[in-house]
Design a protein around this ligand. Structure first.
Ligand code: MN
Length: 506
């Protein structure tokens, strides 16, 4: 590990960028010098690896430095003042955000996962915080085998249900794929083994066929005058293959286990190559997809087609420009990193509203010129994404349900004064909140404060409210509460108590 290993990965770094990362490196190494990982390795390894991931994603020197420093406040008692003094407000903001996200409690029920993802986004406020957190989690997942057994499954589930979906929605496929594949053996060990064996067997057989076809393809394109191409192929992620196998049943029905990639200089070339391919090999009907004209919701662009190779095989081909390829792997990160080079003072970061829209696909507000200004520097594919409206079903991925639950999710999340997150249906009141915390608290509500102010018990809670319940020993449910309570469980409990009271009075 050396600072140079990190600075070499920065995109067009200035001398200041290199100095900053080097300084953060030395600072973090020193701050964590007595600190070890579960594996027995120096703790600094974790910081170095996190920063390396960020640099590989093309993130700026600021974000890479924040990656090096992300555990200093939490783990080794460096004060926020010191971070600010040594590294500035921006880095402090990111480190602080990552620290706060570390405090969000994962409850592990389906019902909570969606709100947890939203909460994550809301709490991040700056997309860089989210990306540092993802890089942090990636290294934690890579080293999960050193964590005590009883914790492994919980961490893997949390990663699968919260972190991987966020990476996907930010279009950072590289992280998404690796996070999922790292979780897979901990969550479904049997299925993992099976899928791995299936892929291993199939892969060999397919690689040979692919090589042969690739030769033919290059020759054909060359004859048509297309010579400036790069080709490679990608192997489908194990977990993604598993998901698809569950749906398609037979591996013979899955054509994109290995997909051939053809990279050309321009969009025009993409369509030209597609034309040449289709006039040479017969395409499978229904599998031609133009994600250039119609990008996927997370910004993915490419032309996909699947052809009969003529010798009994079927191959999926993806045609794209190199820029599209970079975006496909790094998603929003690729834009943040490269964009940073074009602005004088830091990066025109998208605001929270914008990130929320990106993640939950809320439509952009209409006629709001101020908002428009704020998103002017946002890459066009992201702007498209913001304008994206449902109905665009993506047959390749099983995200429809996720998208729907985003779109039609009618829940809010509120906090207890201790920072616990409770998610409730929209229009819930302090009564629902109290019962959600504990029936005992529900039973004895006498009043409530929202954000420090006393309010009446029929007040509807808003996203992000901090709710404090005042209880009294002799307070008890009244029939009016049935009008206030929105959740079935609170209503059930209130009814039960009222019934008991009545019975006693008889
Ligand atoms: Mn960490």
């Amino acid at each position: 590990m050396t600072p140079k290993e990190l600075t070499d990965k920065l995109v067009n770094p200035t001398p200041q960028d290199i100095a900053l990362v080097t300084k953060a490196y030395t600072f973090a190494e020193n701050a964590h010098k007595d600190h070890k990982r579960n594996s027995g390795e120096p703790y600094f390894t974790h910081l170095f690896e996190t920063a390396k991931t960020l640099a590989e994603l093309g993130m700026s020197a600021t974000t890479v430095s924040a990656g090096l420093l992300h555990d200093t406040i939490e783990d080794v008692d460096v004060t926020p003042e010191t971070i600010e003094k040594e590294f500035g407000k921006d880095i402090l903001f990111i480190v602080d955000g990552v620290t706060k996200l570390g405090h969000v409690r994962y409850r592990g029920t389906d019902r909570h996962n969606e709100s947890l993802r939203k909460l994550f986004v809301a709490m991040s406020q700056d997309i860089r915080v989210l990306i540092v957190k993802l890089a942090d989690r990636l290294h934690n997942m890579r080293t999960l085998s050193h964590v005590p057994k009883e914790k492994q499954e919980r961490i893997a589930r949390e990663t699968m249900e919260v972190y991987a979906p966020i990476a996907y929605r930010l279009g950072i496929r590289k992280l998404h794929r690796e996070l999922e594949d790292l979780c897979f053996p901990y969550i479904e060990p049997e299925a993992y083994k099976e899928t791995e064996a299936t892929l291993k067997k199939k892969r060999k057989e397919m690689e040979e066929k692919l090589e042969k076809f690739l030769k033919n393809l290059k020759k054909t394109l060359g004859t048509s005058g297309v010579t400036n191409i790069k080709t490679d192929y990608r192997v489908k992620g194990l977990y993604s293959l598993y998901r698809k196998l569950k749906r398609k049943k037979e591996i013979q029905n899955i054509y994109d286990i290995l997909a051939l990639r053809v990279m050309v200089p321009t969009v025009d070339d993409c369509y030209r190559v597609l034309g040449i391919i289709h006039s040479t090999w017969r395409p499978l009907p229904g599998r031609i997809k133009d994600f250039i004209a119609f990008p996927k919701p997370n910004g993915y662009r490419s032309l996909h087609t699947t052809v009969f190779t003529g010798d009994g095989n079927i191959v999926e081909i993806q045609i794209k420009t190199e820029e599209m390829q970079r975006e496909a792997e790094y998603g929003i990160a690729s834009h943040l990193g490269y964009k940073a080079k074009t602005t004088q003072r830091g990066l025109p970061l998208p605001g929270l509203d914008w990130i929320k829209r990106l993640i939950y696909r809320e439509p952009a507000p209409e006629n709001n010129t101020q908002k428009e200004d704020a998103t002017r520097d946002v890459p066009s594919w992201i702007r498209d994404l913001v304008d994206y409206q449902k109905n665009e079903k993506d047959p390749e991925e099983e995200w429809d349900d996720q998208i729907k639950s985003d779109f039609f999710s009618h829940r809010i999340f509120v906090f207890s004064p201790e920072g616990d997150v409770i998610d409730l249906p929209i229009d819930s009141t302090p009564i629902d909140f109290a019962y959600a915390i504990h029936s005992e608290i529900g039973e004895h509500v006498s009043g409530a404060r929202i954000n420090g102010k006393m309010i009446s018990l029929d007040t509807r809670l808003q996203n992000g409210d901090i709710v404090e319940i005042v209880t009294k020993k002799n307070a008890k449910p009244s029939s009016k509460w049935l009008d206030y309570a929105k959740t079935a469980s609170a209503r059930r409990k209130i009814r039960a108590t009222l019934q008991n009271q009545n019975n006693r009075h008889k």
